[in-house]
Write a protein that binds this ligand. Structure first.
Ligand SMILES: CCCCCCCCCCCCCC(=O)SCCNC(=O)CCNC(=O)[C@H](O)C(C)(C)COP(=O)(O)OP(=O)(O)OC[C@H]1O[C@@H](n2cnc3c(N)ncnc32)[C@H](O)[C@@H]1OP(=O)(O)O
Length: 116
């Protein structure tokens, strides 16, 4: 899966540079969208982010994510972000666990059915 992303002033850490937590959020969310292609609900159990270069505000980045392997309900996923010159600036790997829809009912929202 591919996405294009531009961080802005809402995501600032050091001046002109995206906060690492904001970068991690975008990568985790990217993995979340990957689930729509997989077709099963899952949640992040473990997330690792490698910051190779500062991620600049107002600069377009290409984000790519895919499933590395699956072991039962465990989905091992990987992503990387590259600048327009093709240089890798950030990479991430994560373990997602497939869950039942009742998992989401624990938050009290009405989007998921409540398990008996
Ligand atoms: C249909 C269309 C789909 C649409 C999608 C919409 C969804 C949108 C969602 C968007 C989401 C966006 C993203 C978000 O924001 S998701 C929000 C953030 N995440 C959470 O809130 C999750 C919180 N955690 C939990 O609820 C539980 O921990 C879950 C349910 C995940 C698992 O609790 P459970 O008690 O069941 O399992 P376990 O904890 O014993 O562990 C399970 C297995 O994992 C193995 N393990 C652990 N760590 C590692 C590791 N580092 N390397 C390798 N393996 C590791 C461990 O050994 C075990 O293996 P095994 O012993 O079983 O073999």
């Amino acid at each position: 899966m591919r996405a294009r992303h531009v961080f802005d002033e809402r995501h600032v850490g050091a001046p002109g540079i995206a906060h690492g937590g904001a970068v991690a959020t975008v990568l985790d969310d990217l993995f979340g969208f990957l689930l729509y292609l997989i077709g099963e609900p899952a949640v992040t159990r473990h997330l690792e982010v490698g910051y190779r270069s500062p991620v600049l505000l107002g600069t377009p980045y290409l984000l790519e994510a895919g499933v590395q392997r699956r072991e039962g309900r465990k989905l091992f996923v990987r992503a990387q972000g590259t600048d327009e010159g093709g240089a890798a600036v950030v990479e991430a790997s994560a373990l997602f666990l497939v869950v039942g829809l009742e998992h989401f009912a624990r938050g009290g929202g009405d989007a998921a059915p409540v398990a008996p």
